[in-house]
Design a protein around this ligand. Structure first.
Ligand code: GLN
Length: 487
């Protein structure tokens, strides 16, 4: 029999329903696997007591016939989601020891649906990063190695703990958040699936804010169907988030067919970058063939403002971050550093200098600069205008196609320290940021391997609210790719 931790989330649901194993057994299997995989540093905090109690409650509900859809499913929660009574740090030293008295809406919905929380997953500090090297709790190590190499690789970021945990079978699924690619890029790096829904589908309430006009939660799991199950639970209107969409949420899992007959898949020519990795270019073409075989037609489209997406993102995201992170002042949360003889301003400065890491400080400075009098119009206002043009590119593309297919990231996972230059790091987001700026649903699905045996993902972008279409295309790729490689 396969190890319980190896099952997909949907297989776990079936096994629990058929009483092949109990929720407690499933949770114990995961807790044991977590103990074996601590070197990955995927979890900042493990919550075995909570998990055991929730698993026992799930078994009782299963026995009583009152089980909710996720009863007994062991999940990891990204440390950006506030969890009642459990430390939440956003990967930052400034929130060390912060125990929220409330539960984020999204994690609360998963728990209300019966999920078991295994712990809080490591991440780049305040979700700023693409490699999980900026966490104040240490880097997360990918469970993957390139063939013939012993070098440790990054799991991607910022949801690197989520990605590593799901790939290493120490969580059946995980929450991620995606501001500019943080669900899709790490999913691509570790060979799992992940979907960022339309902006507003998931409530941001109780999610530590990075860039509020971009931040979206979403699931990361080993299969498209598993993502669909989690997404259904996570989405929904929340009066506590003014940008939350008050619209019905379909049962994404029940609607999943993988049938693409009649669908038009757009190929944006601007994503074919000069000097693009040949394996990735080939995989992209292969993906188009797979979608054709599932019934779709392929059309060329143009998204002319694509080249401005990265610079626009790296103005807007830091601008919003500099404002959001102003609340960490040493008074209300976590860390406080009081220099002897200092006044209140000295306390703020000392706390923020000690509490924020280098990348976060860099973003706060960039954000403060682009918002400052004299530069606001030149940078921030201009970036907002170009953001509108980027969104309009997509609107025009939707006149010719229903979905877009692109690579998820320009490379496979890299080694620690390989992208020490911040600009080289930011380039990781080149394919993911445009959909974020336009608020569109987008997912990464594992599609193949690089020349040295590392996972590569393909990205599907959909119209606003068409998560179902994105998931169907994801399923078509998953079926055709037959991706079975594992760390
Ligand atoms: N890598 C991007 C950044 O550093 C995206 C992060 C994210 O989506 N949270 O901002």
């Amino acid at each position: 029999m396969t190890a319980l931790t190896d099952l997909t989330l949907t297989a776990m649901q079936a096994g629990l329903a058929a009483r092949e194993f109990s929720a407690v057994e499933l949770t114990e299997a995961h807790l044991a696997a977590m103990a074996e995989a601590r070197h990955l540093n995927a979890y900042i905090v493990e919550t075995p007591e909570i998990a055991r109690a929730q698993a026992a409650a799930a078994d009782a509900a299963l026995a009583a016939g009152t089980a909710r859809p996720l009863a007994g499913i062991p999940l990891g929660i990204k440390d950006l989601f506030c969890t009642e009574g459990v430390q939440t740090t956003a990967g930052s030293n400034i929130l060390k020891g912060f125990i929220p008295p409330y539960e984020s809406t999204v994690s609360g919905k998963l728990l209300a649906d019966g999920a078991v929380m295994l712990g809080k997953l490591n991440m780049d500090e305040f979700a700023m990063g693409s490699s999980n090297e900026t966490s104040a709790y240490g880097k997360v190590i990918s469970p993957w190695k390139a063939s013939g190499s012993t070098r440790e690789l990054v799991p991607g970021g910022s949801s690197g703990g989520s990605a590593a945990a799901v790939a290493a079978r120490i969580a059946a699924g995980a929450t991620g958040t995606d501001t500019g690619g943080s669900i899709r890029q790490p999913a691509s790096f570790v060979g799992i699936a992940g979907i960022k829904p339309t902006y507003g589908r998931c409530s941001r309430w109780g999610v530590v804010a990075f860039a509020s006009s971009l931040d979206q939660a979403g699931p990361m799991a080993r299969t498209v169907a598993d993502c669909a199950v989690l997404l259904t639970s996570m989405c929904g209107y929340d009066a506590k988030d003014s940008t939350s969409l008050n619209l019905p949420v379909p049962d994404f899992a029940a609607g999943l067919t993988g049938d693409l007959r009649g669908k038009r898949i757009g190929v944006p020519k601007e994503y074919r970058l000069d000097g693009m990795d040949a394996t990735i270019a080939k995989l992209w073409d292969q993906g188009l063939e797979w979608l054709k075989a599932a019934g779709a037609t392929i059309v060329d489209v143009s998204l002319p403002h694509t080249r401005y997406a990265l610079p626009v993102y790296y103005i807007i995201a830091p601008a919003e971050a500099s404002s959001n992170l102003a609340r960490y002042d040493g008074v209300r949360y976590g860390l406080r550093v009081t220099p002897p003889g200092g006044n209140l301003a000295d306390m703020y400065a000392a706390t923020r200098a000690a509490g924020f890491g280098k990348e976060v400080q860099r973003r706060i400075m960039i954000g403060t600069y682009v918002l400052s009098a004299g530069f606001y119009d030149a940078y921030y206002t201009q970036a907002q205008k170009v953001r509108t043009l980027i969104a309009r590119d997509f609107e025009q593309a939707w006149e010719r196609c229903d979905l877009l297919l692109t690579p998820t990231a320009p490379s496979a996972a890299f080694a620690f320290g390989d992208k020490a230059d911040p600009l080289a790091m930011y380039l990781n987001d080149v394919f993911t940021v445009p959909a974020s700026l336009a608020g569109l649903p987008a997912m990464s699905v594992p599609a193949g391997l690089s020349a040295d045996g590392l996972p590569l993902g393909l990205q599907i972008i959909g119209r606003p609210l068409d998560e179902a279409g994105v998931l169907d295309a994801g399923l078509a790729i998953e079926r055709a790719a037959g991706f079975t490689a594992r760390p």
